[in-house]
Design a protein around this ligand. Structure first.
Ligand SMILES: O=C(O)C1=C[C@@H](OP(=O)(O)O)[C@@H](O)[C@H](O)C1
Ligand SMILES: C=C(OP(=O)(O)O)C(=O)O
Length: 478
């Protein structure tokens, strides 16, 4: 058993486990690191802007590092200040650049984007609009995550060619482009909103107004609104067209115009990361204030705190952030299509409610870091309770009395697999705050968006977590 110093990320290994120790109510305040979604959007806009941008509060994690490394390959200068939490970006200008073509005149520029959906989708659109030859590849899982709707939207409007080479139109993506023609585009919206966000941010890079029609339902709408905010902050403009009334479910078309100019941009703390700390208060009857977020945040995931309120928690809008006070929890029927990154968090909370919780509208969760419906159900069933899997979500039945007998039933502890999915690890960590004998495999997978998660959880809960490495048959809690 080893105990790394605080802030040390554990070494990735399939036999590394972490144990979080149960105790009383979690009480305190904290500020999560910068938002991944805002950081990667701001990086794209700043990289293709004219002039200098200063991005403050940026996230330092695998998903942002692969974005930074990729942009560096086309000559964008990104200087970290304050350990990377501020980035000074010298943009390469928002029009199709001869330099880009020179960089990639013979061999394509190879970019490794790990398993970052935002990076591969935003870059595919941006680089195809910018021009040049590129190849974007990632982890094995990334090569199973669809990008066909985006490639199919770009191809007819491209002066050049673009192809997704894995089965089912998944990355690697190969691009040979002289830029966009300006022809209107049509993109599918029901697998991921990142395709539309990518196309929108690429509009000002293409140097001509671009009209994008959305085919079918659009998932994760708040991220598209966030994209429009970033485009505006960097000097571009968006114009929406709705079918019927102006509700977001009726969004049919967006036109993007203008070009990007360097600016100063503040990144909010990550609201998806905040969900774990609010949930810690909810399931332990504690109170946690997450600083730096409010109802008007540009991240839709702040609404997770309202979902906890529906379950019986108290929601307090403080001057400095949003505080959740835990109380007796009731099961709810909830549509989570707009806040799908918080489904795993909610599923854990729902285990401690007084009745079943039905999560709807998240069929697209099967295309993320792992199948976040099927594999979530498999793992949660390890506690002995009933979890129903649906096409569009889950029903989580509460553990009730089962939780009291967990350590008797499983004296060796229950090991939760994390499927290389940071959100599996961070959600299952919460179980350990209530139940003895919970072990989480490969805790280092939080590096994708939150390398310091374990240290932050430890400082909030005041309870030492136990690190165990490579013990056959699992680890033992103290
Ligand atoms: O645009 C973004 O920043 C994101 C959009 C969402 O993806 P989908 O649109 O695929 O649901 C979300 O899950 C992801 O973590 C970040
Ligand atoms: C789905 C996620 O990430 P991405 O799609 O950006 O890889 C996530 O962070 O939960």
């Amino acid at each position: 058993m080893t105990q790394p110093a605080a802030n040390d990320a554990p070494v990735a290994s399939p036999t590394t486990r972490i144990c979080v120790i149960p105790g009383g109510p979690v009480e305190g305040k904290m500020r999560p690191p910068g938002s991944k979604s805002l950081t990667n959007r701001a990086l794209i806009c700043a990289a293709f802007a004219s002039g200098t941008s200063r991005l403050a509060g940026t996230l330092v994690s695998e998903d942002t590092e692969v974005m930074i490394d990729s942009l560096a390959k086309i000559g964008v200068s990104i200087k970290p200040v304050d350990g990377g939490r501020t980035l000074v970006v010298e943009g390469v200008g928002g029009v199709v650049s001869d330099d880009a073509r020179k960089i990639s005149s013979d061999e394509p520029v190879d970019m490794f984007i790990a398993n970052s959906g935002t990076t591969v989708r935003f870059l595919t659109a941006a680089l195809s609009a910018f021009g040049g030859k590129y190849r974007l590849s990632g982890t094995e899982r990334m090569h199973e995550r669809p990008i066909g709707d985006l490639v199919d939207a770009i191809a007819p409007a491209l002066d050049g060619w673009i192809v997704a080479t894995s089965d089912g139109k998944c990355p690697p993506v190969e691009i040979d482009s002289m830029g966009w023609t300006g022809q209107p585009m049509r993109v599918g919206g029901d697998v991921s909103s990142q395709y539309l966000s990518g196309l929108m941010m690429a509009g000002p890079i293409a140097g001509k107004p671009v009209r994008i029609e959305i085919i079918g339902e659009l998932v994760s709408v708040p991220y598209v609104r966030m994209t429009a905010q970033l485009i505006k902050a960097f000097g571009g403009s968006t114009h929406w067209e709705f079918e019927g009334d102006d509700s977001w479910s009726n969004l049919r078309c967006v036109t993007v115009d203008g070009s990007f100019h360097g600016c100063e941009f503040d990144v909010e703390p990550d609201a998806s990361a905040a969900s774990y700390f609010w949930a810690a208060a909810a399931i332990t009857g504690g109170r946690v204030l997450v600083e730096g977020l409010d109802e008007n945040a540009s991240q839709g995931d702040v609404q997770f705190a309202r979902v906890l309120e529906m379950m019986g928690c108290e929601y307090i809008a403080q001057d400095t952030g949003i505080e959740i006070v835990g109380g007796p929890l009731r099961g709810i029927d909830v549509e989570m299509g707009e806040i799908s990154d918080t489904v795993q968090t909610l599923a854990v909370v729902a285990l401690f409610a007084d009745g079943p919780t039905r999560v709807r509208g998240v069929a697209h969760n099967r295309f993320k870091e792992t199948d976040r419906i099927g594999n979530l159900a498999i793992e949660l069933r390890k506690l002995g309770g009933r979890i129903d899997e649906h096409d569009d979500g889950l029903t989580i039945h509460p553990l009730g009395d089962l939780s009291g007998t967990l350590s008797t039933r499983n004296p060796q502890g229950v090991v939760f697999e994390t499927y290389n999915d940071h959100r599996m690890a961070m959600s299952f960590a919460l179980l350990g705050l209530r139940l003895a004998g919970i072990e989480i495999a490969d805790p280092a997978c939080t590096r994708k968006t939150y390398p310091d998660f374990w240290a932050d959880l430890e400082s909030l809960t005041g309870r030492a977590h136990v690190w165990t490495t490579g013990l056959p048959g699992g680890a033992s809690a103290p």
